[in-house]
Ligand binder design. Structure first.
Ligand code: ZN
Length: 538
């Protein structure tokens, strides 16, 4: 048999083992000798650069094979993935193979594809895919290393830059070097971020400022603290490509956003060399509202400080780090604490009143229990009836001559029955929820509400925080004024305190706060908050 040798290499693959044209040529020639193939023409060698089209040479070869007088020609290649992969080329190969004119011999896969091969395209694809997964990882890494050494960015540029969009960008090419220029909007904001930080602003405040000035992530979100930290540590902004994995810094040729000096200054601050030490008479204080109190206007969080005056007196302050905000005053901790206490004491319920409420609650639950058993029976039997009626309707023979109004009537009945059934199921599920949980939890809520201020006063910091967490989802300060909202169901206790007689109209309360109470029970459970002990403590 006569043979044509086909070798192909792309510029990217040249350095890889076994892929050079020379290696391919040697292997294929050796193969032909072994098989006793005579070469029909000089081996076809294609050195392919990314830009240059390679179709013509391949097409020429196919034409040549087609026109040759040979009955069958062997196309010998080193590996299937050396063949062109575009659909047109593969289709042409397939038609030649299927007509019996061509056999493809691939050395590495030790495969011969001819007219007897089951499904040519499938085989080729399968062989290529197998190869692909093995090699791709290695190749990508290989290319990356090279690019990185050259200071070429592969992938997305950091915030403040824009990748030049290429038209018809294929997924495969995503890892190709990208063109990068400075984002006209985010660029200056990022620069400001570095400047702010180098001037001693904390990351938190620098972030708040940047967001206020309109800095968003590439997806349009507010950048998080951790991403701001990442930006501040990325030397790309001052002209270097950093690889975390290899811990290398390579100069790049993209535009610089900031000077190297500015970047270094920021790094020194990051690693604490120039961070101002707190004055000796100021100590960071672990406060009861740590991380729970924010500025009502700028959102900066308050932390505590202790100042010891020369006279020896100790002052505890709360303050934020935002110097820009006019509302962020330094506030004495006592002022905040007394306001919290004030809220809590508003919730206190008079002892006799509390006992009365609890008695009523007990009655309510008991009567409900009886009611529930009765309605449970009624509802269940009605449910069975409906099922029967529906079944009967379904089995009823509908005559062919039925009038349309009769038909509609039957459909209407069905619809009504289904609706009723649904309502009953709903009621049943509500009834089945335990009234006992309701009773216990409501008692606990009343206990906590009623003793909240005493509890709070007598607790150490850890438990104070737990109480705050249990009662307040949000606490903020506007100047010296406390803003708060109470969690469900405590908000209702406070709102209705003067009016707790509503407990006499039991069922109203029950339907109103039932969901809230059950939710509360779940939340307490997840918080692992030992209410019994808490209540016993007072
Ligand atoms: Zn503020």
């Amino acid at each position: 048999m006569k043979a044509v040798i086909f070798c192909r290499v792309s510029t990217k693959e040249q350095g890889e083992e076994g892929h050079s044209l020379k290696a391919q040529l040697n292997a294929t020639k050796e193969y032909c000798e072994k098989k006793g193939f005579e070469l029909l023409c000089e081996p076809i060698q294609i050195m392919e650069s990314a830009s240059k089209a390679k179709r013509p040479e391949f097409e020429k070869m196919l034409n040549f094979i087609e026109k040759s007088k040979q009955k069958q020609v062997a196309l010998v290649c080193y590996a299937v993935d050396r063949l062109p992969r575009d659909l047109k080329s593969l289709a042409e190969l397939e038609s030649l193979v299927m007509s019996g004119k061509l056999e493809i011999h691939s050395i590495r896969e030790n495969t011969i594809l001819n007219e007897d091969s089951d499904d040519f395209l499938y085989m080729i694809n399968a062989l290529m895919a197998r190869r692909e997964t093995k090699v791709l990882g290695k190749r990508v890494k290989f290319v990356f290393n090279d690019k990185r050494k050259e200071g070429v960015l592969c992938g997305d540029s950091p915030l403040g830059y824009i990748n030049k969009q290429r038209k018809h960008e294929k997924k495969k090419e995503k890892r190709e070097p990208v063109e990068v220029y400075i984002d006209p909007i985010r660029g200056p904001l990022m620069k400001q971020l570095f400047i702010d930080y180098s001037n001693g602003m904390s990351i938190e405040i620098a972030r708040i400022n940047a967001i206020k000035n309109g800095l968003t992530s590439k997806k349009g979100c507010k950048p998080s603290m951790s991403s701001i930290e990442q930006y501040l540590s990325n030397p790309f902004y001052c002209g270097y490509l950093y690889s975390k994995k290899y811990d290398t810094k390579t100069p790049h040729n993209y535009p610089k956003l900031i000077t190297e000096e500015l970047f270094e200054r920021c790094q020194e601050i990051r690693f604490g060399k120039k961070r101002k030490k707190p004055k000796s008479n100021v100590k960071e204080l672990y406060t009861f509202c740590h991380g729970r109190l924010k500025c009502h206007h700028c959102g900066a969080s308050y932390s505590g400080e202790t100042k010891i005056k020369k006279s020896g007196r100790v002052y505890r302050y709360l303050r934020t780090k935002n110097k820009e905000c006019t509302y962020c005053h330094e506030v004495r901790q006592e002022i905040v604490e007394s306001q919290v206490m004030e809220v809590l004491s508003k919730m206190t319920i008079d002892k006799d009143m509390l006992a009365e409420i609890k008695r009523n609650l007990q009655k309510l639950v008991d009567s409900h229990y009886k009611d529930n058993v009765d309605s449970l029976k009624k509802l269940t039997s009605r449910q069975l009836q409906i099922d029967e009626s529906l079944k009967a309707l379904r089995h009823k023979q509908i005559p062919m001559t039925i009038r349309s109004d009769e038909y509609e009537e039957i459909e209407q009945t069905k619809k009504e029955l289904h609706e009723e059934k649904h309502q009953i199921e709903l009621k049943l599920s509500q009834l089945n929820q335990s009234d006992k949980i309701f009773e216990i939890t409501f008692n606990t809520i009343l206990d906590i509400s009623s003793r909240a201020s005493d509890l709070f006063k007598s607790s150490e910091i850890g438990r104070k925080r737990k109480i705050l967490d249990l009662l307040f989802p949000n606490l903020s300060l506007s100047g010296e004024n406390l803003h708060y909202s109470l969690r469900k169901p405590f908000n209702e206790v406070l709102e209705n305190k003067e009016n707790l007689v509503w407990l006499h109209f039991g069922s109203k309360l029950r339907t109103k706060s039932y969901a809230g109470v059950v939710n509360f029970a779940r939340r307490v459970k997840t918080m692992n908050f030992d209410i019994d002990r808490l209540c016993a403590a007072t």
